[in-house]
Design a binder for this molecule. Sequence first.
Ligand code: IPM
Ligand code: MG
Length: 393
Amino acid sequence: MDNTNDDRKANADSSSPSGRLGGAYKIAILNGDGIGPEVTAQSIKVLNAIAQQYGHTFHYKEALIGADAIDKTGEALPSATVDICLDSDAVLFGAVGHPKYDNDPSAKVRPEQGILGIRKALQLFANIRPVTTYKTLQHLSPLKPSQLEGVDCVIFRELTGGIYFGKKSTSEDGNSASDECYYTRPEIERVTHLAFRYAQNRKKKVTLIDKANVLETSRLWRKVVQEIAAQYSDISIDYMFVDNAAMQMILNPKQFDVVLTENMFGDIISDEASVLSGSLGMLPSASVGNGTALFEPIHGSYPQAAGKDIANPIGSVLSAAMMLDHFGLHAEAQVIREAVDWTLQNNFVTKDIDPVNFYFTSTIGDLVSDYVSGKIPGSVHKGNIELRKSTII
Ligand code: IPM
Ligand code: MG
């Protein structure tokens, strides 16, 4: 398996727009719920454009997850889905969640078990969430432009441990409940090394977010991270309690470079950080372990928008770019990012960004893939694009 991957990478690295042999990749598609299918469809369009341009082959295989899987099979993560993912080079994930479960705390089977289960099954111990700000979207952020200038951080969230996966119990009378937060040294070490290595190619700063003044698990995190920090003399390390970090993320976000934190703090801080970029719909993520990696936008299933062709597909499209980076296809990933920048600069944006003059999800997908295919500027005229614009509120 490893050899095959190495061969693929070697092939991929030697590929170029000049037409050398590309690589073949198996990609599992987990559309899930709500807007999941429609945003993922745009990423597939863009990946197909990449395949065409660079001579790669992407084999897609769809599998069920979330509320959709519960409706069809009774389970949020059918074993067939796990098998398809394990047999793939990467997973492209949409979203899970449905209001009928959110308001039913006693539901035994929940859509979220799908994503938590696949993270565990693929041992995706690190979730990488880059937070980028865009000049053209600054007005959407509740923060002043001066505070947003120069914001560029990446959150490394531990993803398969902590309170999410600790022992859970509810007493027989239903009047008390507990969730255990449990961490082991190796669980902390592996994500910490990843974060430090990542920081070496950035601004060389890691901030550990914890609650070491109160929690035993946080004290273990701090001890282990201190030891590891000593092995990376080129990286500066900062420690911050999570309550202060929540405040600092708003007061002075540009102080952060690589943020390292445990599972639940990472969940919360990353949603908070997403407001810096102007829309939750913009942010991608990669979840990595030792095998198949998974790529997903950080937004949820946004059921109110499902099927309306109004959701922002950029979080998913940029997740597909992270997937290409993971395959070693950096030039290909970069073209996608360029295409996204081009759409933003030309105000080709969805309703979350411009509620009056907006473009449909599918139009943004078409534009990004047209750009990747080299059709822009040129055969695509702004006039033609205008026809696909909506001013319906
Ligand atoms: C996320 C989501 C998930 C999480 C939910 C859907 C279980 O909020 O990926 O951030 O809490 O990890
Ligand atoms: Mg979350």
